[in-house]
Design a protein around this ligand. Structure first.
Ligand code: PHE
Ligand code: ZN
Length: 861
């Protein structure tokens, strides 16, 4: 690991050069052993272009044992840092290297590592170089054949990319297997797994009649919890054929679940490797949210086979080419499985919770970044979720027919290549005949555009004028911005009749400001804008509480309806925070209205009546006052709970269900019932402790049990300690559920939350070595706005202490948890000083990783 004193190197997009050598064929021979694995690599290399330079192979952390060129041992190689330089006279050679690595000491979980006795790999972005020497960049595509030898008892299952070709048993207790992947791929898609695994098998026949053998590989005891993932995989395969015309291309598709994983999952060709939390589910241990997330991640990784693997990225600056598009695809898939409106609401809530703050803070970067120190730090909400919004906007602008023609063109033209975001946009243009030059700013400009919209109506003349103006705030390195293309769906409604006055219109705002005129507007119009969240912007409008309440009841676009309610709640909470003003009644009436509408989907109602988070309220303020926000929000919750008590009680009773079913309707009922429970608790009604306890004990599913636990854990109920204790004991040994136990307490709204978290870090089950556990406690605490920002700085100190410890094990995961400390500009001077002091302490740490150094130093700047 580099010392922070040696400034890490900055990689720039403009410095891209094509590779000097290609590697059409790669043979890997692994002699697997947790303490010392020998890797013998045979690379067929060919010179690319006129450059007469030597072969340069990336490496990290391993020692060279031998180098051979065309079968002959050589010793004229050299190391430049960790790069292996091999002088080569001609244009085509066979280069062999041998190295030894130690998977059981790999705590970074990059390269070849051990997770609970299973050996597995993670190569994206630059993990392959920790396995063997290689041009570890995504534009070097190679055909891989892999041989693995391992102890047969400890590692009975040996998997790699592509198709199995041969296997055998040796007489020394070891066995071997060979796998061949016919598709050329970049090194980041390489994968290998060895372990004692059981399989849930399935099959899928593609549209052209190819039979694909599916396998979900897990520990034997987890096998009963793999059906949902397998089902989701089949649905994904069929969906991609139907919606994008994309068919699977190998005879096998395997998924392996491991407990220690830095991200959600990885799309390695034909051998996806998953964080077990995105595979394992049964009603007793997984919530509806978990079930949905599993289906979404299974789909996401499967969809990468075309958007990522068949067409990969030229360089890591193009990361959103595969991630933005694939997130858009998995969002569309999930929307098709249930309520599209609720899915859109959830996705926008997620965008506002993570991407908007990122875009407004010190780590803001464009969807196609210009520079990085550590690529691991760029697997962000901006690349993934804002990237998905860019694809969605292009789909909106083109319309479904042209968009499909454009993706067909993209797949046809770029299959088998390493492409750029520009290639993708050009396909959108060519297939539609549209000019997207201005639209491209979405790739290069960071920051969330702010749109102001004000509607004037001259009652006499029947004319309405809508003035739209946009402004993109400055972000680090980008002080001045140009106006962007905002696709805005809008519609006017009549305030008196409640009827639509216009059709829905798609307006492409591409100037700093623009005025639209509507004629024959005979009654006072109310503006419904950014319907469906057609552009990922912040809308500032002068709509009154009455107009927002009207839209929350009348708008025909469900997202706009939800949005109007959110805006009404937000305005109320902001006013209460700033001036203590009590405007509760307008919210109470609007919520009552929504609850009383029998036409509405239960899941939608549940979403619509939830208050915006404390953090989102904070994002609206010039300076975040976490305590005042908390008090304001709790007061509104109490008011809603008390004033509508009988409705909540009725909903609670009416949405009880007989036996557990996983279906959109059943999920909607559970969600609404649990929201009702939360409001009953907020009302302070005396029966709630007993009610929640009964639900906790009687629940036949984790959604209801965890909701009851949350209610009890957030309050002062007599049942609280017993519930936490019972939950812990019931699920002891199931680490995914114990993560929930930690997370519930880390997200607590109680006054003692920060102290509780500090104490939990000393719990025997707490470990930073497992990323899920670290995220469950430390990550969740970082987003608990009130507890984390406790005025004495205890939260900041705790986070910095944890990050410094975690950095020594797993820099990538440590760096991911840093952003809450970088929000110091948003707080009062005393808090800002405390946060800065912790960031300075981190930056000054000797031996800091470049991951954490980049994030902490940028956060201080
Ligand atoms: N490419 C993975 C995905 O989006 C994410 C990932 C990145 C996983 C880096 C591991 C390491 O699905
Ligand atoms: Zn992805």
């Amino acid at each position: 690991m580099p010392n922070s004193l040696a400034a890490p190197q900055t990689i720039r997009r403009g410095d891209y050069r094509p590779p000097a050598w290609m590697v059409p064929e790669t043979r890997l021979d692994f002699d697997l052993d947790p303490a010392a694995t020998r890797v013998h690599a045979t690379l067929t290399v060919t010179r690319n272009g006129a450059d007469a330079g030597p072969l340069r192979l990336d490496g990290a952390g391993q020692a060279v044992q031998a180098v051979r060129v065309d079968g002959v041992a050589v010793d004229d190689w050299a190391l430049e840092g960790e790069t292996l330089i091999v002088p080569l006279a001609g244009d085509a050679h066979v280069v062999e290297t041998e190295v030894t690595i130690a998977p059981d000491r790999n705590t970074q979980l990059m390269g070849l590592y051990a997770s609970g006795g299973i050996l597995c790999t993670q190569c994206e972005a630059e993990g392959f170089r920790r396995i063997t020497y290689f041009p570890d960049r995504p534009d070097v595509l190679s055909r891989y054949s892999v041989r693995m030898t391992a102890d047969r008892a400890r590692y009975p299952v040996l998997l790699s990319n592509g198709d199995p070709v041969a296997s055998g048993v040796q007489d020394d207790g070891r066995h071997w297997a060979e796998w061949n992947d016919p598709f050329p791929k970049p090194s980041y898609l390489f994968a290998l797994v060895a372990g004692e695994l059981a399989v849930n098998r399935g099959s899928f026949t593609t549209q052209s009649g190819r039979a694909v053998e599916l396998g979900i590989w897990v520990r034997a005891t987890d096998l009963p919890r793999t059906d949902h993932a397998l089902h989701a995989l089949k649905l994904s395969m069929a969906w991609d054929e139907r919606v994008y015309g994309r068919e699977y291309d190998l005879d096998v598709f395997n998924i392996v679940a491991v407990d220690d994983f830095n991200f959600g999952a990885m799309e390695n060709k034909g051998l996806n490797i998953f964080n077990s939390r995105y595979i394992l589910a049964d009603p007793d241990t997984a919530t509806d949210y978990d079930y949905d997330a599993i289906a979404a991640v299974v789909a996401h990784e499967y969809f990468h086979n075309w958007t990522g693997n068949r067409i990969t990225c030229r360089d890591w600056f193009q990361l959103s080419l595969k991630e933005g598009f694939t997130v858009y695809r998995d969002q569309s898939f999930s929307a098709d499985q249930g309520s599209a409106a609720v899915k859109r609401i959830e996705d926008v809530r997620g965008l506002r919770a993570s991407q908007f703050p990122e875009d407004a803070g010190p780590l803001a970067h464009p969807v196609r970044p210009e520079a990085y120190q550590e690529i691991n730090n760029f697997y962000t909400a901006t690349i993934y979720n804002k990237g998905a919004e860019l694809i969605r906007m292009m789909a909106t602008i083109l319309g479904p027919t042209d968009f499909r023609a454009a993706t067909d063109l993209y797949f046809r033209e770029f299959d088998g290549t390493a492409a750029t975001c520009e290639d993708f946009v050009r396909c959108m243009e060519r297939a539609s005949g549209r000019d997207l030059s201005r639209f491209r700013l979405w790739y290069s400009q960071a920051g969330t555009p702010r749109l102001s919209a004000s509607l004037l109506h001259s009652a006499g003349g029947g004319r309405a004028t809508l003035r739209l103006a946009q402004h993109v705030p400055a972000t680090p390195g980008q002080p001045i911005k140009a106006p962007m293309v905002l696709p805005l769906k809008l519609r006017l409604f009549g305030a008196e009749t409640g009827r639509p006055l216009t059709e829905e219109r798609l307006v492409l705002l591409d100037e700093a400001d623009e005025t639209l005129v509507f004629e024959a507007v005979t009654e006072r119009p109310v503006l419904s804008i950014n319907r469906g969240f057609s552009a990922p912007v912040v809308v500032e409008s002068d709509r009154s509480a009455a107009d927002l309440a009207f839209l929350s009841a009348q708008d025909d676009d469900p997202f706009a309806r939800y949005e109007a309610m959110q805006q009404l709640m937000l305005d109320t909470l902001v006013a209460a925070t700033i001036s203590g003003e009590d405007r509760h009644q307008a919210v109470v009436d609007a919520v009552a209205n929504t609850l009383d509408d029998p036409e509405l989907d239960r899941a939608f109602v549940a979403e619509a009546v939830l208050l915006p988070s404390e953090a989102f309220v904070g994002d609206q303020l010039a300076e975040v006052d976490p305590e005042a926000i908390h008090q304001a929000r709790e007061a509104l919750r109490r008011a809603l709970g008390g004033a509508l008590h009988d409705r909540w009680a009725h909903l609670y009773a009416a949405n009880a269900q007989g036996g557990y079913v996983y279906s959109p309707e059943a999920k909607g009922k559970r969600r609404l019932r649990n929201v009702a429970l939360g409001y009953l608790a907020a009302s302070g009604a005396p029966e709630v402790g007993a009610l929640a306890w009964r639900q906790f004990e009687a629940a036949d599913n984790m959604t209801d049990r965890q909701a009851a636990l949350n209610t009890l854990a957030n309050g002062d109920f007599a049942e609280r300690p017993a519930a936490l204790d019972a939950f812990y004991r019931r699920y002891a040994g199931n680490s995914l559920v114990i993560d929930k136990w930690f997370q519930t307490q880390a997200l607590s709204t109680r006054d003692d939350a920060a102290d509780a978290v500090v104490a939990l870090a000393r719990h025997p089950d707490f470990t930073l070595a497992n990323p899920n556990r670290a995220r469950a406690l430390v990550g969740a605490f970082g987003v608990n706005q009130r507890a984390f920002n406790r005025a004495d700085g205890a939260g900041y100190r705790f986070l910095a202490d944890q990050l410094l410890q975690l950095d020594r094990l797993n820099p990538q995961t440590a760096a991911k948890l840093l952003p809450p400390l970088g929000r110091w500009r948003r707080f009062d001077a005393p808090r800002a000083a405390l946060m800065r002091a912790e960031l300075e302490r981190i930056v000054a740490q000797p031996g800091l990783s470049k991951d954490l150094f980049e994030q902490a130093s940028k956060s201080l700047a």
